[in-house]
Design a protein around this ligand. Structure first.
Ligand SMILES: Nc1ncnc2c1ncn2[C@@H]1O[C@H](COP(=O)(O)OP(=O)(O)O)[C@@H](O)[C@H]1O
Ligand SMILES: [Mg+2]
Length: 253
């Protein structure tokens, strides 16, 4: 992980957990450079993000805390290519996704990015297993994902709920399905927006622990936006977003 102005860059970077066959050099797979976001409103331009710069490599896990309205979701949606920045560069796996034509961008997003939202966003008419397989409908070969879906559902401890519909699950169970769905295509980047925001404390704790475990196993880049200090503190890198800027967060909320 790298922050342009941080005094402890070396310290944080050395904690980057880069494994695999690509050699000892850390490859920064998510690079965010001088990112800004402004909305045009009847009262003039509204600046939400102003000059955000950081980069992360595979295995990094980051939490972002900040007051309501500080732009956490906006930042996450830009990183997830669901919204475009006003200026600045996002580079993911060496690619600036905002330069891609619309159709290629959708495919890139489907393959590279997993989302977990505060609302589970599961399809009510589909079973648990079908919901997890939805992102694979556009994949080259769907069949290869059925075993992976079963395995992910086992890892989120829902093997005995494969045929349930979302209405037949608890809130925590629905979020665990959403987590399995987000990971089905083995994304490089996993983005979670208040993933435990709608859950009671016990369910939130279960989802948070599973998130940590799955991130470690899957080696994604994980970014979690949360109001929940107990969740934020589970991650080695912590940011605070305020006044359009990010700062390292010391854990005191
Ligand atoms: N389309 C939009 N037009 C104008 N302002 C917006 C728009 N979307 C979000 N905002 C404003 O951007 C700010 C940040 O929103 P958001 O990213 O949702 O914050 P957070 O997730 O931290 O609560 C809010 O003040 C919100 O009102
Ligand atoms: Mg939000």
């Amino acid at each position: 992980m790298y922050l342009s102005w941080a005094s402890n860059v070396g310290d944080v970077r050395s904690r980057s957990n880069f494994r695999g066959t690509r050699g000892p050099q850390v490859r920064q797979l998510l690079e965010v450079s001088n990112l800004t976001k402004e909305y045009t409103t009847p009262r003039g331009p509204l600046t939400i993000l102003s000059g955000i710069t950081f980069s992360l490599s595979r295995g990094d896990a980051l939490s972002i805390m900040g007051p309501s309205g500080s732009g956490k979701s906006t930042l996450l949606y830009i990183l997830g290519t669901l919204e475009s920045p006003t200026s600045g560069i996002v580079s993911l796996d060496g690619q600036n996704p905002f330069q891609l034509p619309q159709k290629e961008l959708a495919l890139f997003r489907n393959k590279t990015i997993g989302f977990v939202f505060q609302e589970h966003c599961l399809l009510p008419q589909c079973t648990v297993l079908e919901n997890v397989l939805i992102p694979t409908l556009v994949a080259e070969s769907e069949d290869q994902y059925i075993e992976r879906a079963r395995s992910l559902l086992e890892q989120v401890r829902l093997s005995d709920r494969l045929d349930h519909r979302p209405a037949e699950l608890s809130g925590g169970e629905r979020q665990r399905v959403a987590l399995a769905r987000a990971l089905i295509r083995n994304p490089l980047l996993l983005l979670c927006d208040e993933p435990t925001g709608n859950l009671d404390r016990q369910s939130a704790e279960v989802v948070a622990s599973l998130l940590v475990q799955l991130h470690q196993r899957q080696e994604t880049i994980l970014i979690v936006v949360t109001h929940n200090p107990a969740l934020a503190e589970k991650f080695p890198i912590r940011f605070q977003l305020a006044a359009g800027q990010i700062r390292p967060h010391n854990g005191v909320s």
